[in-house]
Design a protein around this ligand. Sequence first.
Ligand code: ZN
Length: 140
Amino acid sequence: MSNLDNLYREIIMEHYKNPRNKGLIDDANYQSVRIKNPSCGDDITMQTLIEDGIIKDCRQVATGCSISVASASVLSEIMIGKKIEDALKLADNFLNMVSNKGYDETVDLEEAMVFNGVKQFPARIKCASIAWVAFKDTLK
Ligand code: ZN
């Protein structure tokens, strides 16, 4: 395993142990979407608060494997403050990256790059993707 893989793994485990923006807000202005992945027991709820086309807040509750929990945490951190159009572009690019489809390398995936290795493990693609699919659904 390369040093970069080790670093990525450390960051994923750190988010798994200390998830950011955890806990849902009881406020009708927040949009919530929950998705489960029965094959691995992952259960993810993403929440967003949009104002003037900007993601003002992003909350999450995730239980399951380290990849799915860390993915929800990294996503929530990255997306706060982004314009909706930039957030959707980033999310689509992330989903293409982890499923080993061509993605636009000029789009900065920021800390979500740590999931780049997931594409080598087809069983884990869904784990890495759930939070991002749920997040996109909150913006509809
Ligand atoms: Zn999983």
